[in-house]
Write a protein that binds this ligand. Sequence first.
Ligand code: HEC
Ligand code: HEC
Length: 327
Amino acid sequence: MDSVNKKRTIKPIAILFLAVLVIFAVLQLFNKPLQGKPVAKKIEAPREVLAILENSCFNCHSNQQNLSWYDKIAPISWAVNKDVKRAQEVLNFSEWNYSAGEHQGKMYAILNMIQSGKMPLHNYTLLHPSAKITTKDVETIKKYTLSLSNIAPAKKEMKNIHQNIKLSENNLSSKFPISPNGIKYSDDYKNWKVISMSTLFDNSIRVIYGNDIAVKAIETENFHPWPNGSVVVKSVWKQEKLADGEVRAGEFVNAQFMVKDSKKYTDTEGWGFAKFSGKNLHPTGKTASFAKESCIACHRQLAEKTGYLFDVPMKVNTERLIKNLQK
Ligand code: HEC
Ligand code: HEC
């Protein structure tokens, strides 16, 4: 009797098992492996930075996949292949044909993604725990990313300051210097409304001012696109730590201008950029093309959706949120 019973239960289980196996095998017929692409130009960065990217990001964002066996089996492979295709489209470490400015912008985007925990994708780290990003990894990427904007221009600026001292000795009008693209420095912004503040954790204080047109655009949420005549100025100081631990703005570092004129600044998305550094307010750039090579290259990477301004629309939303909560 017993053996008959066993047979009866084993049979349906065996059939079910077989069915699953068959379905699985059939799925594999529809399993197209990822097509390998050559590495055109690999990203260049310090070894410790590359190691992190290779370990946590390359499987999706490069032409060098090193996938596990289970990533290659349908239906998992369908999801993986879809992610990889999309990821390669937006960011590909094997096709890194970027200028120094664009490289910086990409690194800011990368830092932003890993700091906020958005990358690597959560469903990926569930299956690949070794790809998780540690706090130490974030620090390494942050240090490198900040070094790109700090070290490189500083060297150049030292030279410029020397040139500028000479200039200002025999040219009194240099009190209001003019950027190579025609934007003139003016103190007016100090009376404008503060629309945002920011820090990049590099011991600076950054205050962002807007003129009337920009402020009105923010208040009416009418900045898609920003109206012509909008001017936004970011003023940067070094942090000064007082004995009691309080922090205040110390030495002036620079003032950065963005002036909206969609007819005039056609090759930089309608924004005119200018930067005036140090006590002498030395304007950045030898020719008007500096903004195309540096400023907009970076702003385009991160801030395209917000009209090429980083902070301002975010501030609008939080302010509104708080107002709504207080109602
Ligand atoms: C499992 C695959 C996968 C892994 C691993 C992964 N990403 Fe992504 N990543 C994606 C996909 C897919 C998108 C596109 C998301 C979208 O379109 O919403 C994306 C988007 C991005 C973007 C936005 C690019 C843009 O311009 O919109 C950045 C930056 C980024 N990833 C950085 C990283 C970094 C850095 C790592 C490693 C720490 C990483 N990703 C790991 C799949 C991945
Ligand atoms: C490496 C990337 C990068 C480059 C290059 C760059 N910026 Fe920015 N810029 C940022 C980031 C990030 C912010 C927001 C955080 C902050 O305030 O520092 C910002 C903010 C600003 C702001 C304040 C308004 C806003 O968007 O939030 C102005 C004005 C500005 N930049 C002007 C310039 C000018 C002028 C240049 C060229 C001389 C320039 N930027 C080059 C990254 C860059």
